[in-house]
Design a protein around this ligand. Structure first.
Ligand code: FE2
Length: 297
């Protein structure tokens, strides 16, 4: 009989509130950067309620060597880059931007939203690129909420930003296998999520609380379910998971969280601000290219 190896929580990383870009509030796990390859950063933007004229964003800045994933839950944003690309993000929309060899852009509140004010909430997640793809041509993959794959079953609803959940897959193309799923669960509901055993896995809770059940599942044994250690994750905690091929989640309240998974890149990380490369020389080159105007050419 094939037994699944269940992932358990090996570490809880707490979060703190910082100000980014033009001063917008983000909630961010401590110690991001190396322990959670290939994810460099998980920023929860807000939630923050702006009055008229108060909303702020991130004015013009460059990126090289990785991808930024922006997922909006509330609010309205506008983005524009130096190559002439522009667009807007509304609740439920995903923008998967591969900076590759270079993008210079700004991410600001939409002018209508700035006028009226309102709630801004969402995520920006930085996904590292392996050395062979760091200098790839920049690209955007934009998935509006109306085309975004979602699934709802037994008190569990999910939006699949990347990867697969409950038989539904994302159309986002990634150079390395990435799972990024937004899950909402009703109190008492359960979800079993398969994650390839070669990937690092983690869960970021941003509403309510869940339990990761880490008992090896033995089907047809009525006493097996519910035994074993259980680990609680609450709002504002990032749980790093052990090796295994599935996660068994039990929601102890109405809850909301992200499931993230991706491979260990096993490459040196040299990061300076908006550049993430493998060596100091490459960072230096990124600065030179930015200064002489060739970064995003
Ligand atoms: Fe950016």
């Amino acid at each position: 009989m094939f037994r699944h190896v269940m992932r358990s929580v090996v570490e809880i990383v707490p979060t703190h509130i910082v100000r980014e870009g033009g001063g917008f509030k983000v909630r961010r796990p401590f110690r991001m950067g190396r322990v959670l390859s290939p994810f460099l950063l998980i920023d929860e933007m807000g939630p923050v309620d702006y009055g008229p004229g108060e909303a702020v964003g991130a004015p013009w800045h460059p990126h090289r060597g990785f991808e930024t994933v922006t997922y909006l839950l509330d609010g309205r944003m506008r983005h524009e880059d130096s190559a002439g690309n522009s667009g807007e993000l509304n609740p439920g929309d995903v923008q998967w931007m591969t900076a590759g060899r270079g993008i210079i852009h700004c991410e600001e509140p939409h002018e209508d939203f700035l006028k009226t004010g309102g709630r801004t909430h969402g995520f920006q997640i930085w996904v590292n690129l392996p050395a062979e793809h760091k200098m790839m041509a920049p690209r955007y993959q934009e998935v509006p909420a109306s085309e975004s794959p979602t699934v709802e079953e037994n008190g569990v609803s999910a939006r699949i930003i990347a990867g697969e959940c409950m038989g539904v897959s994302s159309s986002i193309d990634t150079k390395i296998p990435i799972t990024l799923i937004h899950v909402k669960m009703e109190k008492g509901s359960r979800l079993i999520q398969k994650i390839d055993s070669v990937l690092n896995g983690m869960i970021y809770v941003f509403g309510g609380s869940i339990i990761i059940e880490n008992k090896i599942s033995v089907k047809k044994h009525p006493m097996a379910f519910g035994l074993g250690a259980k680990q609680n994750i609450v709002d504002g905690e990032l749980a790093l998971l052990s090796e295994g091929d599935e996660i068994k989640i039990h929601s102890t309240s109405e809850s909301e969280f992200l499931i993230l998974a991706g491979p260990e890149l096993n490459e040196p990380i040299e990061r300076y601000g908006p550049f993430v490369m493998n060596t100091k020389e490459e960072i230096h080159q990124a600065f030179l290219d930015y200064q002489n105007g060739t970064l995003a050419k």
